[in-house]
Design a protein around this ligand. Structure first.
Ligand code: GLY
Length: 396
């Protein structure tokens, strides 16, 4: 792996010592581009869901079965908050029933991604509009997610059936973003068990999944009988000992969000270490390669990792507070990353595209969604813009 030298790091620090020179009109236009595309997509998607990654920059339309389905209503709610146009919120709320049916029929629910799915599709419309079906459904999803907790190992199993030997005891760094559903469920019900499981999971995960140099494993196995950590490996990264860019971004944002609920300062230190590593491995335009083992050359970028990291850096810098030495550095970095996406990575010149952001990577080792729009990249790009432009209360 190419090591970053001191001069490169100093250059990076200098670039990030001030925000990009950009006026409020630029951010406004970036948001209008997103809300117009989303409005148009409502008529294109109708009652179907966009798949996780585009094909030639156009999303295939599928039923509500993928882990990514909720990024579509999530974007609709962000568009509503950007415009106050009820066309967006009504369309998003109408999808609650689809997520309820998915849960009732247990259709593709053997996954920790119940957190992603039900935070955006149901907890968000409860928070925003007091939708009681959405609240009830999100709480049911939290109960189902809690069943994936292995007591002995103190972890939430990521994928598949709990008895499947290939998946039993496996966690992935992405799970940090599924925990807010559990924190929310404890707040709603007054029952601590959801929050307790989430707090134990993030503690165990951080102990094993974050390496000494602040890079991260994508996935990690535990022995569920003894609780012992077994080994780390990758699923979507370049190699077992490399650092998958989106995983690192999930780790930054997920730790900062857990801090929001648990107020444990070690979570902020974890987010800080992951963030510094991420920022030190970026190319000049601040949009990460799909694996942080690459810092230059022809490999693909992952615009989704950039968008997620921008949101995480904003959450992290706010949690650290203005007196922290890294506050301005992380905040400026979030602005630079989002500005770079807005300038050079949108589908502005491809009007037929149904995506917002070009150049994402879903799963390079499986040749899935490589150099395509990704639904999660689109959602977090929009979230970053909303965070930069208004005082936004997170859905997470
Ligand atoms: N959570 C799965 C992914 O980021 O691809």
């Amino acid at each position: 792996m190419k090591e970053r030298n001191e001069i490169e790091e100093l250059k990076r620090k200098a670039l990030l010592s001030s925000p990009p020179k950009i006026d409020s009109e630029f951010w406004k236009e970036a948001r209008v581009f997103c809300t117009e595309k989303i409005k148009n997509n409502i008529t294109v998607f109708k009652n179907r869901f966009p798949g996780p990654a585009s094909v030639n920059n156009i999303y295939p339309l599928i039923s509500n079965t993928d882990w990514t389905a909720s990024f579509w209503p999530g974007m609709l709610f962000l568009a509503f908050e950007s415009t106050t146009d009820e066309f967006f919120s009504k369309t998003g709320e109408a999808l609650v029933m689809s997520f309820r049916e998915r849960l009732d029929s247990r259709s593709e629910t053997e996954t920790h991604d119940l957190g992603f799915l039900y935070t955006l599709s149901c907890a968000a419309p409860w928070r925003l509009f007091g939708n009681s079906l959405a609240r009830e459904t999100a709480l049911m999803a939290a109960d189902l997610l809690l069943l994936r907790f292995h007591e002995k190992a103190s972890i939430i199993q990521a994928w598949g059936n709990l008895e499947d030997p290939a998946q039993r005891g496996r966690i992935i760094i992405d799970c940090a973003m599924n925990l807010p559903l559990l924190y929310w469920a404890s707040e709603e019900t007054g029952k601590p068990r959801y929050r307790d499981a989430a707090a134990l999971h993030i503690k165990t995960a951080n102990r094993c999944i974050i390496r000494k140099n602040w890079s991260s494993f994508h996935t990690y196995f535990f022995d569920t009988e003894t609780g012992a950590p077994v080994r780390g490996n990758t699923a979507q990264g370049y190699s077992d000992d490399s650092c998958w860019a989106r995983g690192q971004a999930w780790g930054i944002y997920g730790n900062a969000l857990s801090f929001r609920y648990l107020k444990d300062p070690t979570l902020l230190e974890n987010a800080r270490g992951l963030a510094r590593y991420f920022l030190n491995r970026l190319p000049d335009d601040m949009v990460a390669y799909w694996d942080l083992i690459f810092v230059d050359g022809p490999e693909e970028r992952d615009s989704s990792a950039a968008a997620i990291a921008a949101c995480g850096l904003l959450e992290l810098s706010a949690a650290l507070g203005a007196s922290d030495a890294d506050y301005q550095y992380f905040k400026n970095a979030a602005y630079h990353i989002t500005a770079s996406l807005a300038k050079s990575y949108t589908t502005r010149d491809i009007p037929e595209s149904t995506g917002l952001l070009l150049h994402g990577v879903y799963a390079k080792p499986d040749s899935k969604g490589v150099d395509e729009c990704t639904l999660f990249g689109d959602y977090f790009y929009m979230e970053a813009l909303v965070r930069l432009c208004q005082n936004w209360k997170p859905y997470w």
